[in-house]
Design a protein around this ligand. Structure first.
Ligand code: NDP
Length: 471
């Protein structure tokens, strides 16, 4: 009998996905370029399971039932094109190639158009949840033809994470061509923002208010019992509790403060600029990682650039409570930006996104999983045409009632000289979005002054230009 699905690329993600697929009742044929790794896998974790190896793409393809389903879990970029070129001569029309890596969505668009023209199905599939998620249930964001979705659905619904609320699998058809990889990119952008908001709250409470790592672990653990309940808050509490085995200090205190990135957050920002969607808090998170990378410059500057370095002298428990509410408001504002980016992209690329479905499949399995996502799902179910999450009654009220805390927290950070790019940008987004009138009138006047770029008026139709004279 033939195998249900094939997999190319037995890296961290590939190996775990294969084990997950097999555990759920499907047989898998696998191939890895470095054959020794495949043999180690077959003799190790895969031993005794319905997982078979292949020494070539010919042998992989021969082992598969038709139409063939072949999942690529290889390094994003040139490797994906390389594998596609090598495997293509062995395929027949109707076969389905799936790219489950973190590919750039415009690469997926290009591959999708080319492969579809040759009669194949190409599925760009975002997978989130890291190593553990791949093994026990990731959140899965597939894009491509509906036909290929139906062919993959039985497997994907089995292996995906199941939401606590209703047991539904965290996978859904995202849309055509690059839609799945686009959604995964925005997921990662929101993840950057969420992580940065948490980092700023941690900075304020530790550097500003003098809470120890152990005290902060308790604070985050308590927050994880309430409306902030999420994977990122949970791991933050666990991280803050971990003691370094060499120094006996909290491990977090001996970790170098230079954040790295693989680029998906940056892609989110770059694309948002391209399609004209404001996502200041995601941008702030990307910028914050870049700033953190200037470690030696910062060390030198810290000796010559002066500013407040005061410690918070007010009531600590009041600040902690304000921080909790501010973090929740900040998160809502970051999600509002991410969701409205998806809405803009949906029109720009004709992805026809279902925002309720996207929030629904982020409820479990992925890095940004949070109880908040259940509420976001409900908001878009109530009103699929919602222009902005902030206009949903429940979220409007959630931010309105917490904006005081957010303002207080941002103010405190400013007074203490603690940078809060993400928190302050979230607040500025709120204030800008709710402003009937912004100072862009002055910007337009300046553009018309120096470049005759013209402007429109509030009181009459038409395009106007003023002879401003010289300054
Ligand atoms: P690994 O580095 O662990 O594995 C990469 C795999 O790609 C290896 O099997 C490697 O084969 C194969 N490969 C690389 N280049 C080629 C090539 N030219 N031809 C054939 N095979 C090749 O990566 P991960 O498993 O971590 O990631 C795979 C993809 O999944 C990436 O796109 C990543 O961004 C994405 N991803 C990763 C997550 C994570 O948490 N790690 C989470 C979600 C997505 P060989 O053994 O021969 O080198």
């Amino acid at each position: 009998t033939k195998a249900s699905i094939g997999l190319v690329g037995l890296g961290v993600m590939g190996r775990n996905l294969v084990l997950n697929i097999e555990r759920n009742g499907f047989s898998v044929a696998v191939y890895n370029k470095t054959q020794s790794k495949m043999h180690a896998f077959l003799q190790g974790e895969a031993a005794g399971k319905r997982i078979t190896g292949s020494d070539s793409y010919t042998s992989l393809v021969e082992q598969l039932e038709r139409p063939r389903r072949i999942l690529l879990m290889v390094t994003a970029g040139a490797a994906v094109d390389g594998v596609i070129e090598e495997i293509k001569p062995h395929l027949e029309p109707g076969d389905i190639l799936i790219d489950g890596g973190n590919s750039f969505f415009l690469d997926t668009e290009r591959r999708s158009v080319a492969l579809t023209a040759e009669g194949f199905h190409f599925v760009g599939m975002g997978v989130s949840g890291g190593e553990e998620g791949a093994l026990w249930g990731p959140s899965i964001m597939p894009g491509g033809s509906r036909e290929s979705w139906e062919a993959l659905r039985p497997i994907l619904e089995k292996i995906a994470a199941k939401a606590e609320e209703d047991g539904a699998p965290c996978v859904a058809y995202m849309g055509p061509r690059g839609a799945g990889h686009y959604v995964k990119t925005v997921h990662n952008g929101i993840e950057y923002a969420d992580m940065q908001l948490i980092a700023e709250i941690y900075d304020l409470l530790s550097r500003g208010a003098g809470l120890s790592a152990a005290e902060l672990a308790d604070v985050f653990a308590a927050w994880n019992q309430g409306e902030l309940r999420s994977y990122l808050i949970e791991i933050t509490a666990a991280i803050l509790r971990r003691v370094d085995e060499w120094t006996g200090q909290p491990l977090v205190d001996v970790i170098l403060d230079e954040a790295q990135q693989k680029g998906t957050g940056k892609w989110t920002s770059q694309n948002a600029f391209d399609i004209g969607a404001p996502i200041p808090t995601i941008n702030a998170a990307v910028e914050s990682r870049i700033l953190s990378g200037l470690k030696s410059e910062r060390v030198a500057a810290s000796r010559v650039l002066h500013g407040p370095t005061g410690h918070y002298t007010g009531n600590r428990s009041e600040l902690i409570e304000a921080a909790r509410a501010a973090l929740y408001a900040g998160k809502v504002l970051a999600y509002a930006q991410g969701m409205s980016l998806l809405r803009t992209a949906s029109q720009e690329y004709q992805y026809n996104f279902d925002l309720a479905e996207i929030a629904r499949i982020w409820r479990a399995g992925c890095i940004i999983r949070a109880s908040l996502l259940g509420n976001i799902t409900n908001a878009y179910r109530r009103n699929p045409g919602l222009t902005n999450l902030l206009l949903d009654d429940a979220f409007r009220e959630a931010v309105e009632t917490r904006q005081g805390a957010l303002r207080r927290v941002v103010q405190t950070a400013i007074e203490l000289g603690i940078p809060a790019l993400a928190l302050s940008s979230a607040l500025a987004y709120y204030d800008a979005y709710r402003s009937e009138r912004l100072p862009a009138n002055l910007t337009q006047a300046q553009r018309d002054f120096f470049g005759a770029h013209t402007y429109r008026r509030v009181d009459r139709e038409g395009i106007f230009h003023t002879e401003w004279g010289s300054a």
